[in-house]
Structure formats: C-alpha cells, structure tokens
Design a protein around this ligand. Structure first.
Ligand SMILES: [Fe+2]
Length: 347
C-alpha cells in the first residue's frame, strides 16, 4: 500500500518511481525522468521550503498578503506533489515486464466503471475526452471516488489545487505541457492515448479498493520492484543526505552499481561514491569496510541495488539500498559529480 507518512512531519519525503522509465510503452525515459526529477521533485522541494517558512512565521505580525501568498503556494505545491505521485504510480508494467498496452482493468474497478459509467469503454471515452480538452492549457484529468456522490467521477482540474471536495483521486493524468512536450510537441491527444496504454491497473485497482475502505493484501505493490522487502535494508534519499552531512566515522560508504548495458544512461554520481559492476561483487566485496554502514544505489532502486544489498547483508555487512536510486536523489536536489568509471570492473 502507498506508504503513509507519519514520521518527520516537517519534511515531506520524495516517493520513488515505481515504473521502469527505460522501457515504457511510447513514453521516453528522458521525458519521464525529467518530469519526475524536475517537476515532481521541484514541487517536493518547494513544499518543504514553504513549510519551513510557515513554521518560522510570527502569525500575529506577518502582513496578510504574506500569509495569503505562502498559504496559497503551500496548497499548490502540496497538490502538485500528491497528484504527481498518483500519476507516476498509475503507470508501469507488472514486476519486470514492460506495459503491453493491452492491460484491462481488473474485476473490482471494472465493475465500478460499469456501475457508474455504463461500461469501461464509456468511462475511458469520457476520461480521455476530458484530458484531451485540456490540451494547449494546463491542468489534470482526475478519476476520483466521491463518498458523498457514492460513485467514481471523472473530474476536471484547472490546476494542482483544484479538486472535488472530499473526493479521493484514483488516477491523475497530468496535462501540463511539461508532461508531454519533450516527446510529443503540441500533440497532447497522442500523449493522452499513450498514457492510457501504460496504465498499471493493479495499482489503480488497489487505490480504488483502499478509497472504498477495502483491505489490499499486496504490500509490495507500492514498493519498487526488486527493492529489499525489509525496511531496515532500505534508506531514503533524505536519510542518506542527513547521514552524509555527519562528517563522522559512521558516514556511510557509497557504492554506485550499474549494469554494463546501463552505463550509457548515466552522467553523474554521488560525491565520494565508487562505481562497480554488480557481477563483479565477489571481487570488490573484500575491500569493503565492516565498521561503517554501506549504502548501495543504482539508477532507480530496483533489482540492481536490491539484489546486491541482499547479498551484502547475507555476508554480514550493514548494507542498505537507496530508495528510488540516484533518480530520487536528484529529485530532492542532492549534490552529484560527473560520472567516474575508473573503479568499474570490465568483463
Ligand atoms: Fe507534471
């Protein structure tokens, strides 16, 4: 289930990508990663900055225009964060399989579409028409569950702060130009059809069932595929940033793991990290310190870091996988340096 954030109320933590950006169906990695790191990540950073400002505000003495401005920006940034998370979570294949473009809604939500729209096809026609009608402007096409209306609704939203009162978004389709321009230019309608071909119905159905108060048994559904299952084997980008700021001897050792075929996708790395080939683990593992924690990261935090962390923990190392990989690190505005492959093993 989507992790609910109870701890650290002053910091809104970035959520990892669940989709595999390198093999989506007709949506490029460049587009998806730029959207995630810059627009979604930007909203998370803006929201945290605004919240820090608000926390320090003298409510009695602050001029009303400043209170208005900050509270308006807070609402817009928070809406952007939440809707972008629903957007990215709604996309992707199953496990390690790319989206086929042929997936159909499972029974639970399919029956709800039949009940509330007549058929899945009628829902889809209304939803995509609503999204396409936002072309050339900006906003969101949202499928939401309304308790009061007792049904699923297709809701038009002019901006990040526009929602049907009390409704719970199930699918959010980003119609801001930044979500399609790199791949589709001004052809927003083609983008809408492509998003529909990439929907992950398993997660959408889970969101619907949670909205109507049903239990969702599969807690791996909202965890990056291949990430370690145990909480203690993972570290968030925010936790890593804090750990690296402590210059003491418990500062984690950083390992950048990358498959040879993925090297062309890389341009930068975390400062102080050393880069290795996952297959050469038996060669580089002996050089690792057993006195310091180890943080392993890969591009998005799927199997590459997950498998290595499981192996390292098996060998007794205090190793954790960076949730969301270097992509999440970029999204929180973490510092990087140009890629250094001098420690990378050949063959
Ligand atoms: Fe966006």
């Amino acid at each position: 289930m989507p992790p609910r954030q109870f701890a650290a109320p002053t910091t809104v933590m970035v959520r990892p990508l669940l989709l595999k950006p390198q093999w989506m169906n007709g949506l490029s990695e460049r587009l998806l990663v730029s959207h995630y790191e810059n627009n979604y990540g930007g909203a998370v950073r803006r929201l945290n900055f605004i919240r820090a400002r608000l926390a320090a505000l003298d409510w009695e003495r602050t001029p009303v225009f400043e209170v208005n401005g900050l509270k308006r920006e807070e609402l817009i940034a928070a809406g952007s964060v939440i809707l972008h998370e629903i957007y990215f979570d709604s996309l992707g294949g199953h496990g390690d399989d790319p989206p086929t473009g042929l997936a159909e809604p499972p029974d639970g939500i399919a029956h709800a579409f039949e009940r509330d729209f007549g058929s899945v096809m009628t829902w889809r026609a209304e939803f995509t028409a609503m999204a396409k009608a936002l072309a050339g402007g900006s906003g969101w096409a949202i499928l939401a569950w309304s308790e009061r209306l007792g049904r699923l609704v297709n809701q038009w939203a002019a901006d990040h702060a526009h929602g049907l009162a009390g409704a719970i978004p199930i699918v959010a389709l980003d119609m801001y130009e930044h979500s399609y321009h790199l791949d589709f230019g001004a052809k927003a309608a083609v983008y809408v059809d492509q998003v529909m071909a990439n929907l992950n119905w398993e997660r959408i159905d889970a969101r619907y069932r949670m909205a109507i108060g049903e239990e969702v048994g599969n807690d791996k559904l909202f965890l990056p595929f291949g990430a370690p299952a145990q909480q203690e084997a993972r570290i968030s980008a925010e936790e890593l940033k804090t750990a690296l700021e402590n210059g003491d001897d418990r500062r984690p050792v950083l390992l950048d793991l990358c498959l040879p075929k993925d090297l062309p996708r890389r341009t930068d790395m975390l400062p102080g990290a050393s880069m290795h080939a996952p297959a050469a683990l038996p060669r580089w593992v002996e050089e690792l310190s057993r006195d310091r924690p180890i943080v392993v990261y890969c591009i998005c935090g799927f199997q590459v870091s997950g498998t290595a962390v499981t192996e390292l923990r098996h060998r007794g190392y205090d190793a954790r996988a960076l949730v969301g990989g270097i992509t999440a690190w970029h999204a929180i505005g973490g510092a990087t340096v140009p890629l250094d492959t001098s420690t990378y093993e050949d063959g």
